[in-house]
Ligand binder design. Structure first.
Ligand SMILES: [Zn+2]
Ligand SMILES: [Zn+2]
Length: 145
């Protein structure tokens, strides 16, 4: 029996105080190498696993850092209040979607990023595989659809 596209999955922060589950498969998976995501992740990029808002159920206490980065309304970075793990991002600009941070999924075996944004500010040593489309900035709709 083939796995149905409704399979869904689970994830959690480092300490386990925040857990979540999702229905179905992500609508897209992309990397962000912008300066802000590098700072928040403490790493070279952030992995955005995009779901319809209603597909994800989160349990536990998230803290939120809200910023306005582009003039298109707030971007909210939700993180575990206990261990600080980045868990999710939501945007005023795309209220119908929610990005989960790729490192928090329990099963990462099927994650396949198809694009990266803000490659122009990427760390100089980083070369992504050829099957990941690199955008120098943030073209409309890359994460939004
Ligand atoms: Zn935690
Ligand atoms: Zn970013």
């Amino acid at each position: 029996m083939q796995q149905q596209q409704n399979e869904g999955g689970t994830g959690r922060c480092l300490c386990g105080a925040v857990t979540y589950r999702f229905e179905g498969r992500p609508s897209s998976v992309g990397l962000c190498q912008c300066e802000r995501c590098q700072r928040q992740s403490g790493s070279a990029f952030l992995i955005g696993v995009v779901f319809p808002m209603e597909a994800v159920t989160i349990e536990g206490r998230l803290s939120t850092y809200e910023s306005r980065e582009s003039g298109d309304g707030a971007l909210r970075r939700h993180f575990c209040a206990t261990c600080g793990s980045a868990v999710s991002i939501t945007l005023d600009r795309y209220p119908e979607i929610r990005s989960m941070m790729g490192g928090t999924l329990d099963d990462k075996s099927s994650l396949q990023p198809s694009f990266a944004i803000w490659c122009s500010s990427g760390q100089p040593w980083l070369t992504l595989p050829a099957n990941i489309t690199c955008h120098s900035d943030y073209p409309d709709g890359t994460f939004g659809q």
